[in-house]
Write a protein that binds this ligand. Structure first.
Ligand SMILES: Nc1ncnc2c1ncn2[C@@H]1O[C@H](COP(=O)(O)OP(=O)(O)O)[C@@H](O)[C@H]1O
Ligand SMILES: [Mg+2]
Length: 733
């Protein structure tokens, strides 16, 4: 029977298992080889397949008459071992004869011929585990006896099949290659399986693993690419270092430098390579993703002019896939785990250190990246992002910031605000040049304004404004102040919002960019509306209209009407609010600007509620929700779902109100924007109302009213308070 360790904790590999089974079932494939790097799980996969076959499961159309397992890790793979194990397969009589054959003075070819003659029945499965021990780096056999064995195996008729696991595929003459099916096991375990395995490896719950959050565990398994042996090494390092008791983070941080890890996982074949091949591997490791031959040549060119890159790549790709090739895309890549090890050994400095290599890789992407006029979607700035990542790795933060400055607004406004924030985060505190730092702070702040959290946006933008002031950079100052004021508005800190917005308006007016002026005016007008300063809000909206008309700017007119609609809404003038909102929608649609549509439909919804037309209000909120989702603005969705919940409430549909309020809450959470608590309070009120607890419902309604105060996008708090009064009266009756 197969040596089957770790089979109880075996994870996933369903697809790979089915594939091995299918190949074994194919009569043309005499030898099925599972090929892959050390520790990826070849032996475990083969053992699992053998176990399945032995138990009769999954043996479609083929009942195996016998299975033997020969492993270099147990008895060692030799002809003697294979011969004796296989001799048992056909039964006691044959065994007797074959043992005699072995002890006789015949030559090896003769002995193996006798063996295969005896194996004419079957089918029999011979599992040769860890076969790379018998092969050199080119896949040639060391051992003449085994060569004779394979010669007979491939050239005579018999009922035996071999399942082999190996890091290097067995080299065969061309005429025999069609009998060998190769399955490459390149991928680690999928994240959920890997996390499960990692937890099971800490069955006693003694290490940091039990305390780690799901997120930490996922990060840990990603860090080691889901390679099962690496997971075991993590668990081992955590439980065996009694002296230092390292944390999961510490183990991960030092992972590629640990001697035990390298000993178990690094391909020692890399150490035996010639200097040229080694250099090419280092460049691929610096890329850390598939790279073309041209890319590798270009990077290496000035650093090591004598290297014949195409020849070295061809060598690496042919010898047991130390490098894998994507033939269709003509790209070369290292297994990510090998890339980590090789990268981990690079020195920091020097011509061939990691800084220099990364700088060169970044330069390669900088040459390839498309110009502004060719950007359509976030995919089109992928090469910029690669360039950024390699500048960071080269520790060239200023140039990295310059790349980010090219793309951050584009990314932020095309839905990838998370990526923008992430990149800015990597620059935080690392920039010495003031101009560069200012550009970074403004870009970061705007990304945080769009993607939240708003508290951090306020802090970063405050810093940006101070620096802009100090450097006397009026453009950036105007940008920072506008974003700061708008952040405060969205944080509902309306008193703080007014100052920066007024100054932004002044500056933009002087700088003469009409679009940005209008944007600042609009935020100012909305802030006045939120504060209940209807007259001021309408005045600002009038200024906007005048400015827009002067330049026949339809977008500006749309924004003026939009702002006026909010002001009328704040004063409870529902009909005027509706008129202005309709005009705004028509103009927004005319100029094809969809970002604001959700908000305007929301205004209409609230106005319809004010007029007592619940059905039309609901329709508007739903439309607003669709519009918000279409432009990826969870905050818009959160607001109109809250209002929709209230609309349901007013006609006694409390269950629907509960659902809508809960959805609202999760939208606010996604937006990392204020509003979560407001939605939560309304949801709690609806739940209490459904349970018939009127007093409780009233209490939560009051909380929702209180928390939504100052944001005119929400239905007026007075409505909720009136309902709370009614409920209180009802509950004390
Ligand atoms: N799918 C899997 N689920 C759970 N553990 C696995 C899985 N694959 C491999 N392992 C474990 O990871 C370690 C390395 O696997 P192994 O099969 O020996 O790798 P390889 O033969 O490729 O070097 C073994 O201890 C094995 O039990
Ligand atoms: Mg193995």
């Amino acid at each position: 029977m197969p040596v089957a360790y770790g089979l109880e904790t075996f994870k996933d590999r369903t697809h790979e298992r089915a594939e091995v089974m299918a190949r074994l079932g194919d009569p043309r494939a005499r030898l099925v080889a599972i090929i892959g790097r050390r520790g990826i799980g070849k032996s475990a996969l083969a053992a699992k397949v053998a176990e399945q076959l032995a138990s009769g499961a999954g043996a479609e159309g083929r009942a195996w008459a016998g299975i033997v397992n020969v492993s270099s890790r147990t008895s060692g793979i030799s002809l003697e071992r294979i011969f004796h194990d296989c001799a048992r397969l056909p039964g006691p009589d044959a065994l007797e004869d074959l043992l005699e054959v072995w002890t006789s003075q015949r030559g090896t070819p003769d002995k193996v011929a006798q063996l295969f003659a005896a194996l004419s029945g079957g089918p029999y499965l011979i599992l040769l585990d860890n076969f790379e021990d018998r092969l050199d780096d080119r896949g040639e056999l060391y051992d003449q006896e085994l060569s004779d064995f394979f010669e007979a195996f491939f050239r005579t008729r018999h009922g035996a099949r071999i399942l082999m696991t190996t890091q290097v595929p067995l080299a065969l003459p061309p005429e025999l290659r069609r009998y060998q099916a190769r399955l490459y096991l390149d991928q680690g375990l999928p994240v959920p399986d890997a996390v499960e395995l990692l937890c099971e490896l800490d069955a006693d719950g003694e290490t940091d693993i039990v305390r780690a959050s799901q997120q930490d565990l996922e990060r840990a398994v990603r860090r080691v690419h889901g390679v099962p042996r690496a997971l075991e090494l993590i668990a081992g390092a955590l439980s065996e270092d009694y002296l230092t008791l390292p944390t999961l983070d510490e183990v991960l941080d030092t992972f590629v430098e640990r001697g035990d890890v390298i000993a178990y996982l690094a391909q020692d074949r890399f150490q035996r390579l010639d200097a040229e091949s080694r250099l090419v591997l280092e460049v691929l490791a610096a890329f850390g993703r598939p790279a073309s031959r041209d890319a590798v040549s270009w990077v290496l060119g000035p650093l090591a002019p004598d290297v014949d890159v195409p020849a070295a790549l061809a060598r690496l790709a042919s010898h047991g896939r130390m490098v894998t090739v994507d033939r269709a895309r003509r790209m070369f890549a290292l297994h990510p785990m090998d890339a980590d090890f090789i990268y981990g050994e690079l020195p920091r400095d020097g011509l061939l250190g990691y800084r220099s290599l990364n700088r060169r890789v970044a330069d390669w992407y900088a040459r390839q990246k498309p110009s502004r006029d060719r950007w359509r979607s976030v995919e089109d700035v992928q090469l910029h992002r690669y360039e950024f990542a390699h500048r960071i790795r080269a520790e060239d933060h200023e140039p990295a910031a310059a790349v980010l400055d090219e793309i951050d607004y584009f990314l932020t406004w095309r839905g990838s605000v998370g990526a923008t924030k992430d990149m800015h985060q990597q620059l935080s505190g690392r920039l010495r040049d003031d101009e560069t730092r200012l550009a970074h702070l403004v870009g970061f702040g705007v990304a945080l304004l769009v993607g939240g959290p708003h508290r951090q946006a306020a802090q970063v933008l405050g810093e940006a404004a101070d620096l802009a002031e100090r450097l006397n950079d009026q453009h950036r100052l105007a940008q920072a102040l506008f974003a700061l004021g708008d952040t405060y508005r969205q944080l509902n800190q309306l008193d703080e919002a007014i100052g920066p917005l007024r100054r932004a308006v002044e500056l933009e007016d002087r700088l003469g960019d009409p679009e940005r002026l209008l944007r600042a005016l609009m935020s100012l007008s909305l802030t006045h509306s939120y504060r209940g300063e209807v007259r001021e809000a309408l005045e600002v909206a009038d200024t906007m209209r005048t400015r827009a008309l002067e330049r026949s700017d339809d977008l500006g007119r749309a924004q003026a009407n939009d702002s006026a609609a909010c002001a009328h809404l704040a004063s409870g003038d529902w009909n005027r609010a509706l008129d202005m909102a309709r005009a705004a929608i028509a103009l927004y649609e005319e100029v094809g600007v969809t970002e604001a549509l959700g908000y305007v439909h929301n205004v209409q919804g609230v106005a319809f509620l004010g007029l007592g037309d619940v059905a039309r209000a609901e329709a508007e909120f739903l439309q607003a929700n669709t519009d918000g989702a279409a432009v990826g603005s969870p905050r818009t969705e959160g607001i109109c779902l809250y209002n929709l919940a209230w609309a349901h409430w007013t006609v006694g549909r409390y269950a629907d109100a509960l659902t809508a309020a809960q959805r609202s809450k999760s939208c606010f959470e996604r937006a990392a924007a204020t509003g979560t608590e407001v939605a939560d309070a309304l949801a709690l009120a609806a739940r209490a109302r459904l349970a018939g607890e009127a007093g409780e419902a009233a209490r939560h309604l009051r909380a929702a009213a209180e928390k939504s105060r100052g944001n005119a996008d929400f239905v007026p708090p007075a409505w909720l308070l009136a309902e709370a009064e009614r409920l209180t009266a009802e509950s004390t009756d």
